[in-house]
Design a protein around this ligand. Structure first.
Ligand code: GLN
Length: 550
């Protein structure tokens, strides 16, 4: 044990869990998460290993709860209510796994934990230092994850690029981990980007070499190098990289841009990346049947011909990543119905005529959101869908707006949510009493899995095929119980309620598909287990499209 800090939890046996650490050089945003999760798909679904992914994030935020999706993309929510980076969503979908707070470590969370321990005197009078304490806590976090999940393999993605100040102590912790766990238990994969300037028309490896040099200077020697690029990497570039880093040529892989993320695991398998990783970790190759389903999904994607136009309203339309889970849920559910979704973005802020935008589409999704901007445009879209029998799926804010629209158009009330109009005469959407005294913004919403009881005989009950379901949540406002009876007697059906009586689902009998939920079913939808709600919605869109063309 190194002097000053014990990073081995009790009961931990080195060698029982192996570690794969993925770092990135040159530039960020070139698919480190995609590679790492696709490797996870292979190790879990093809080889049947128990894989626990974890993402290190250099931000000083404690979680992603206070991040603006316009800048950072969607805030993903785990079952336990953790608000995290959208990469965790990629891991859940690709590995067909539900993760917890133990699978996500930000710098803010790490330092928060350290400061709290220091205040309690848990560092036993020692001066608290980056080494051994900060790096020690990182290793302890990882080993606890390994122990808790009984992982065969812990798959670590180090966020950011090598050389950043922000992730330097994460990388130092990985260097120590490699030494302490031993050669057969640790595999370092470096993702580099190969530039191809238009003016030259050829691939250049210098930036990648400099990135590798930085990694080596930190005492980290890669076992495998993955070269990302727009086009397949030439043999001579791979040779250069190999000689420069002393990584054998057969462990320098090319990973060029592929059209669809679901294809990446197949591409990696065909390149033999998984085999090399298993060899390095002295783990046998295995064959598991789960991966067959993945291959079937990819061939379904290839065969799907019929396009469905799905309108998506939103004020974050400039940053498509703000809605990534919805887009992914549509993308991975559509092949099961033999269709391909095509998104029609509707900027609701300046919307004049909803009909003009919605005439050409086969369905409408109004997603989650915060704040008053664009609200009226979204309500106009919902009204169009209700009146014109256009399939509609409302998610979280979309659910609340469907209630407002119904109260206005059918009950004739001057209704609104107190989020947008605190003094509204008819607050059909209002804060829950326990939310009213909240001062902090982070982590104070109704978060994570919540139970819903579905009303027998309703459309959602038929879609889920069960009476009790659970979906993830992230919201503050609720349907005001004072208006429920009035809305229901005017024809709106609340088809799902929480055990404590909160409204969770609504639908409109007689309409082909007018369904909305306070929850976020897009967060739990996965390629191998798509959301029943998205399936039902797309089926209705398909029927709508066929009825229009026939
Ligand atoms: N702004 C709404 C609320 O806080 C909806 C939140 C959401 O769509 N995620 O309740």
């Amino acid at each position: 044990m190194p002097e000053g800090f014990n990073s081995f939890p009790s009961g931990y046996k080195p060698g029982k869990s192996k570690y794969i650490v993925v770092t990135g050089s040159v530039i960020s945003g070139v698919g480190k998460g995609t590679f790492t999760s696709s490797l996870g798909t292979l190790l879990r679904l093809l080889h049947g290993y128990r894989v626990s992914p974890i993402k290190f994030d250099g931000y000083l935020n404690c979680d992603a709860g206070t991040l603006n999706p316009y800048r950072h993309g969607e805030v993903f929510v785990l079952e336990d209510g953790t608000e995290c980076d959208l990469d965790l969503g990629t891991y859940e979908r690709m590995l067909n796994l539900n993760l917890t707070r133990d699978n996500y470590l930000t710098a803010g969370k790490l330092f928060n934990l350290i400061i709290q321990k220091e205040r309690k005197g848990e560092y036993l009078g020692r001066d608290v230092q980056f080494i051994p304490h900060v790096t020690g806590e990182v290793k302890l976090f990882l080993r606890n994850l390994a122990l808790k999940t009984q992982a065969d393999i812990v798959l670590v993605e180090v966020g950011g690029t090598v050389g950043d100040l922000e992730n330097s102590y994460f990388l130092e912790a990985m260097r120590e981990l490699a030494y302490e766990e031993g050669k057969e238990n640790f595999c370092l994969i470096s993702i580099v980007y190969i530039l191809e300037p238009k003016s030259l028309g050829e691939q250049k490896s210098k930036a990648a070499q400099l990135g590798l040099k930085t990694l080596l200077s930190l005492g980290l020697k890669p076992d495998i190098i993955v070269c990302r690029a727009e086009r397949p990497i030439s043999q001579s570039i791979r040779e250069k990289i190999s000689v420069y880093s002393d990584v054998p040529l057969n462990r320098v892989f090319s990973l060029h841009d592929l059209t669809n993320i679901h294809r990446v695991p197949l591409f990696l398998r065909d390149s033999g990346v998984d085999q090399e990783v298993l060899r390095i970790l002295s783990l046998p190759e295995r064959k598991n049947q789960e991966f067959r389903k993945w291959e079937e999904l990819v061939s379904r994607i290839d065969q799907a011909r019929k396009k469905l136009k799905i309108a998506l309203t939103g004020k974050y339309t400039a940053v498509k990543d703000s809605y990534i889970s919805i887009l992914k849920a549509l993308e991975h559910t559509a092949p099961y119905l033999g269709v391909k979704p095509e998104i029609v973005w509707i900027e609701s802020t300046e919307l004049k005529d909803a009909g003009k935008h919605l005439e050409q589409v086969d369905g409408l999704i109004v997603p989650g959101g915060f704040g008053a901007r664009g609200i009226e445009g979204k309500i106009a879209c919902i009204r169009y869908a209700r009146e014109n029998r256009l399939p509609f799926l409302g998610l979280c804010l979309g659910f609340q707006l469907a209630v407002i629209e119904y109260a206005r158009s059918v009950l004739g009330l001057d209704a609104n949510s107190t989020e947008f109009q605190p003094e509204t005469p008819h607050p059909v959407i209002d804060l829950m009493p326990e939310q009213k005294d909240q001062k902090n913004l982070g982590g104070t919403m109704r978060l994570g899995l919540q139970e819903t009881i579905l009303k027998p005989g309703t459309l959602v009950h038929r879609l889920y095929g069960r009476e009790r379901i659970q979906e993830r949540h992230r919201h503050r406002y609720e349907v005001n119980p004072k208006y429920v009876e009035k809305l229901e007697s005017a024809g709106l059906v609340f088809s799902g309620r929480s055990p404590s009586g909160l409204m969770e689902f609504l639908e409109l009998p007689g309409h082909p598909f007018f369904v909305a939920t306070q929850s976020h079913p897009e967060f739990s939808s996965k390629p191998l287990s798509p959301s029943p709600l998205f399936k039902g919605f797309l089926q209705a869109c398909l029927e709508y499209s066929e009825s229009r063309t026939s």
